[in-house]
Design a protein around this ligand. Structure first.
Ligand code: MN
Length: 747
């Protein structure tokens, strides 16, 4: 905003006591129940702790602390936050520790101060977008308490306001960090005022020429713009008064960075940007908002396509207003935002505002544990499930109800792992070679056990060696990520064949002994070879290796061997056993045939049992995903299946979803189900059947029923080769008279 941009160095030494007095006065006006004695004590502690330290402008360091607390007060933060803002640099820059603060001001304040210090220590280097997004998420997750982020934003805002005193290198790097990290976080939290100021201040250092060009042009055009704004404002004011609407009208030049971005994204010369002015009409109620909108559209011609109703559909960051762009009397377009006072406050201060309202009715509910602390965030999220962009909702969920952890590689890359992940998960997430050759792990410079649970912001370093012994089976007991698990198993399968063979043979022998089966008999070629072939192994070593790495269980093989040993002695067999054996053989045969024709490749698993889910009946060409069932192989779902989209994402279950794909050559027929909604009319089923017939579609089942209101639903199960054929059939059915929709089941 135009009123924040002329913060040029004045070399005036600031008096902290004077600044503090002003802050205290502000708080006295603003928060009647605040304990000013406690705030003052925090000021004294900060002043003593920072005594002797100076800011780059020559002022005592504590002036920065007071300024940050002042910004926090403007945001409407609570007493603990103001106290913490005053103390926000004492852990980082002085001898005071968490305990010292906790003793005098309570653990809540001490935790916030420590949280701010942690964020301050995060090393920042510019990265590609995805990394930046992870870094932002990590900061939010590290903060735990949202007040930490809010105070960090206040801190950064003051540092940016006084950036003129820093070296050019520092100006650039801090501005870049602000533009890429803190302004987006402020935006996500709905704090428009902080976001705009951070962006304008950063731009000033990141593109001084571009910034100056815009400022100069605005200066030049200012008399003309001001005259325009005054006359429009007067017109609107008079008209609203006539209509009996109680409204406050504000107008301003749009902030510099938004003009800058428009110039670059739309490749416009500044003179080509007409709507530099924004009007804001603030009213008492939502009906008034729409009333004013009607009046504005009656007074001026609206620009088509520029009307946006964020009242009925709030933005994901809680923003609400009605926007419209209209043509003023001189043919100059301008934007009008219409909102209530409550919406206005939320737009300016975002999450902080929301929380202030909350504080009003229940006092210190924020202190009573995480559940309460985030209850309002959760409510907020629930109320926004339906809104357009879901990224805010999604991110805040991840951050606040963390099932993820964000850690650094030594190079400063942010790695995202499931909560509870260990250095072994980290190693395998970088590369399977790193995991397989791991000989040690350091977290934040200290050597740690492999099963150490990683925390947000940890810097993780893996030591590797060419002569590493390879992963241990024990690792499978503590790794959290599915990919680490798979990679460890793969290593055992590939690298440890000898060991697997020995291990597998020992396991099988154990099992047979347990069953009381003679090893000599069971492992004789006569018995073993047919069983081996039945299970699709070419050599006995392959079978032992598979048992060794867990591809098949010893008990399953032992059962087979026992049965065959028994059946090789006909005198022991009853008629029923013979019948059962035959049935089992048929079943095995059927299963093996099925396996050969399913046409599915499963990552990291050979020879596993495949089942197509009944909920979504995938066919070749669909995007698919596999779920490892308990004991029934892998069931295949479409990625747009409801059961996949609404899956339980706890780490334990998330790891059961695995990548699968269709094999290159598929010659099989697949069964799938579609549902048709239509008018309930005579001859409908006949017409659908005729269409199906004309395409030679193989129908397994067709049922149609009336659902009332003259509507019918028809469900067809049919056989197709792939999704192309299915779509063709669906399109043809859609063309049948009276059909309103044709959908696949499950999505
Ligand atoms: Mn600071």
């Amino acid at each position: 905003m135009a009123d924040n941009i002329d913060n040029l160095p004045t070399n005036q030494i600031l008096d902290p006591d004077e600044m503090y007095a002003a802050l205290e006065e502000k708080l006295r006006q603003q928060q009647h129940s605040i304990d000013l004695g406690r705030v003052h004590a925090a000021y004294e502690v900060a002043k003593t702790a920072h005594s002797g330290q100076k800011r780059k402008d020559g002022s005592p360091y504590v002036t920065h602390c007071v300024a940050a607390a002042d910004i926090a007060a403007d945001m409407g933060l609570d007493e603990d936050s103001i106290v913490a803002a005053l103390l926000h640099d004492v852990i980082e820059d002085t001898n005071l520790q968490h305990e010292d603060i906790a003793r005098q001001f309570g653990t809540s304040v001490a935790d916030i101060v420590e949280g701010v210090s942690k964020l301050t220590r995060v090393q920042y280097t510019s990265k590609e977008d995805e990394q930046m997004e992870n870094l932002r998420k990590m900061l939010m997750a590290m903060a735990k308490d949202i007040r930490v982020i809010l105070i960090k934003i206040a801190d950064r805002l003051h540092n940016m306001r006084t950036m003129a005193y820093q070296s050019p290198e520092k100006q650039r790097s801090k501005s870049l960090e602000t533009m890429e990290i803190y302004a987006p976080i402020a935006h996500r939290l709905g704090m428009q005022r902080a976001k705009w100021e951070l962006e304008d201040l950063s731009l000033q250092y990141l593109d001084p020429q571009g910034y100056k060009e815009i400022m100069d042009t605005l200066d030049r055009r200012m008399p003309e713009l001001e005259a325009f704004m005054d006359s429009m404002k007067e017109k609107i004011r008079t008209r609203l008064e006539q209509e009996g609407v109680n409204a406050s009208i504000f107008c301003r030049i749009k902030h510099v960075y938004s003009i800058y971005r428009k110039m670059y994204t739309q490749k416009l010369d500044l003179n080509g940007i007409f709507d530099l002015c924004a009007f804001r009409v603030i009213v008492d109620s939502i009906p008034d908002c729409y009333n004013v909108l009607g009046i504005i559209h009656d007074m001026f011609k609206p620009v088509p396509g520029r009307f946006k109703d964020y009242i009925s559909t709030p933005k994901p960051n809680m923003y609400q207003s009605v926007h419209t762009t209209v043509i003023g009397s001189e043919g100059i377009p301008f934007e009008v935002q219409i909102r209530t006072w409550e919406m206005h406050y939320t737009a300016e201060y975002g999450i902080a505002a929301h929380w202030k309202y909350k504080m009003g009715d229940s006092g210190s509910s924020l202190r009573s544990g995480d559940e309460d602390r985030f209850a309002w965030v959760r409510r907020l999220l629930e109320s926004q499930q339906e809104s357009d962009a879901t990224d805010f909702v999604h991110d805040l969920k991840i951050d606040m109800f963390a099932d993820e952890v964000f850690v650094f590689s030594p190079k400063g890359d942010v790695i995202n792992l499931p909560a509870g992940a260990t250095p072994v998960d980290f190693a395998y997430s970088i590369h399977s070679d790193i995991g397989n050759h791991m000989v040690g792990a350091k977290v934040n410079g200290r050597i740690v056990p492999y099963d150490t649970v990683l925390q947000n912001g940890d810097i993780v370093e893996i030591r590797t060696s060419k002569s590493a012994p390879g992963p241990s089976r024990d690792w499978l007991n503590f790794v959290k990520s599915g990919s680490a698990r798979t990679k460890i198993k793969q290593w055992y399968k590939k690298e440890r064949r000898e060991e697997n063979i020995i291990r597998g043979r020992a396991m099988l022998e154990d099992e047979l002994r347990h069953m009381g089966v003679s090893l000599d008999e069971a492992l004789s070629d006569d018995i073993l070879h047919p069983v081996m072939k039945k299970l699709s192994f070419n050599e006995s070593d392959d079978l032992y290796a598979a048992i060794g790495y867990g591809g098949i269980t010893a008990i399953r093989v032992a059962n087979r061997l026992r049965d065959d040993v028994k059946s090789s002695k006909p005198e022991h067999r009853s008629a029923i056993e013979k019948v059962n054996d035959a049935a089992e053989r048929r079943e095995q045969q059927a299963k093996r045939n099925a396996k050969a024709v399913h046409g599915i490749l499963v990552e990291g698993l050979d020879n596993c049992l495949i089942k197509f889910s009944r909920c979504c009946t995938p066919v070749p060409g669909d995007d698919i995903i596999g779920f490892i069932t308990r004991g029934q192989g892998v069931s295949i779902h479409r990625t747009d299946c409801q059961n996949y989209r609404r899956r339980d994402t706890s780490p334990e279950n998330e790891g059961r979803w695995i990548k699968v794909e269709w094999a290159g050559t598929i010659s099989d027929i697949y069964t799938t189900t579609i549902t048709i909604a239509s008018k309930d009319r005579n001859g409908l089923v006949m017409d659908i059947a005729t269409v199906l017939n004309s395409m030679n579609a193989k129908v397994r089942n067709l049922s149609s029923r009336s659902v009332g209101y003259g509507q019918a639903v028809t469900v067809i199960t049919l056989e197709v080769k792939n999704v192309t054929e299915l779509r063709y059939i669906m399109n043809r059915i859609a063309g049948v008279a009276g059909v309103s929709s044709v959908m696949r089941n499950g999505s």
